[in-house]
Design a protein around this ligand. Structure first.
Ligand code: NAD
Length: 253
C-alpha cells in the first residue's frame, strides 16, 4: 500500500495575514513542505521571512482583487489558500456597535469569499485545491468577552460548510480552530483583559490554562503543521471539517 504524501512540492500557496503569528507559521510550514508560498499582509515585519510578502489589506476588497489578479497573471494558479486575518477587538457583545460587526464580517467572511472565487478556476483546472481557514474554537463554544469574534467565527464556519458542498472533487475547504496560541494577538488580549478585570496578566493566563489538559499555550508552529497537513494530498478526503488544535480545551464532543 502507498500512503498519500504530505509533500507540497510543485504546489503554489497564498497565505493571508502572513506577517506574524499563526499565519506566518502556516506560511513557514507550507514552504518547509515544499510549496511555493506567497504571503499577504498589510505591512512588513522586522527581519527576513522565508517567503515573499505582498502588501494587501483584507479590509480593502477592491485593492485586494487587483493584487490577487496580478499574482495570478504573473505566477499562475494557486493550489492552496489559507484564509487568516487579525481577530476582531475583544469586548462584551452588548458594547459592540453595528460597524464592529460589519468590519469583522468584511475582513473574515467577505475577504475569504472573494479569494475563493478568484482562485477556484485555477484550482479546478489543476484538479487540486486546498482552502484552509484559521478560525477559532469559539465556533463550538463561544468565549466570554469576545462578542464580535464569536459571532463572526460562527458565520465563517457556516460559510465554509456551505462552500464545501459546492466545490468540485479535488478541491477541499476546512477550518482549523486554534485554542490559546502564543502569538502577539494573545499577548494583546491578555493585557487588555488584565486592564479590564483588574487581574495581573499572569492571573489571566492561569485562568485560560485551567481547562487545558495539555497545560500550556499552543505554539504557532503546531498550528502551521496542521494547516500544512490539510493542504497536502494526504488530506484529500477531509472536507468541510472544523479541527480544534487546542490542547484538549474544548469540553464538547
Ligand atoms: P495576529 O494578530 O498575531 O496575526 C494576524 C495577522 O493578520 C497579522 O499578520 C496581521 O498583520 C494580519 N492582518 C490583520 N488584519 C489584516 C487585514 N485587514 N488585512 C491583511 N492582514 C491583516 O493573530 P494570531 O494570533 O496569529 O491569530 C490568527 C487568527 O486566529 C486570528 O483571526 C485570531 O483571532 C485567531 N485565533 C487566534 C488564537 C490565539 O490564541 N492566538 C486563538 C483562536 C483564534
Amino acid at each position: 500500500m502507498t500512503l498519500p504524501g504530505t509533500s507540497l512540492e510543485g504546489l503554489r500557496a497564498l497565505v493571508c495575514g502572513a506577517s506574524r503569528g499563526i499565519g506566518r507559521a502556516a506560511a513557514e510550514a507550507l514552504a518547509t513542505a515544499g510549496a511555493r508560498v506567497t504571503g499577504l499582509a498589510r505591512g512588513r515585519p522586522q527581519g527576513a521571512l522565508p517567503f515573499p510578502l505582498v502588501a494587501a489589506d483584507l479590509d480593502d476588497r477592491p485593492a485586494l482583487a487587483r493584487v490577487v489578479d496580478r499574482l495570478l497573471a504573473e505566477g499562475g494558479p494557486f493550489h492552496v489558500l489559507v484564509n487568516n486575518a487579525g481577530g476582531p477587538p475583544a469586548g462584551p457583545i452588548l458594547e459592540a456597535g453595528e460597524q464592529d460587526f460589519l468590519a469583522a464580517f468584511g475582513r473574515h467572511v467577505l475577504a475569504s469569499h472573494h479569494l475563493v472565487r478568484s482562485l477556484l478556476p485555477g484550482m479546478r483546472e489543476a484538479g487540486y485545491g486546498r482552502i484552509v481557514n484559521v478560525v477559532s474554537t469559539s465556533v463550538r463554544e463561544p468565549i466570554p468577552g469576545l462578542g464580535v469574534s464569536n459571532t463572526i467565527r460562527g458565520a465563517m464556519a457556516a460559510w465554509a460548510k456551505t462552500v464545501s458542498r459546492e466545490l468540485p472533487p479535488g478541491v477541499t475547504i476546512n477550518n482549523v480552530l486554534p485554542g490559546y496560541t502564543d502569538t502577539e494577538r494573545l499577548s494583546e488580549l491578555r493585557e487588555a483583559l488584565a486592564r479590564r478585570t483588574g487581574q495581573s496578566p499572569e492571573q489571566v493566563q492561569a485562568g485560560w490554562l485551567a481547562p487545558v489538559p495539555e497545560g500550556r499555550l499552543g505554539r504557532p508552529a503546531e498550528l502551521g503543521a496542521v494547516v500544512a497537513f490539510l493542504a497536502s494530498p494526504a488530506a484529500a478526503f477531509i472536507r468541510g471539517a472544523s479541527l480544534p488544535v487546542d490542547g484538549g480545551r474544548l469540553a464538547s464532543v
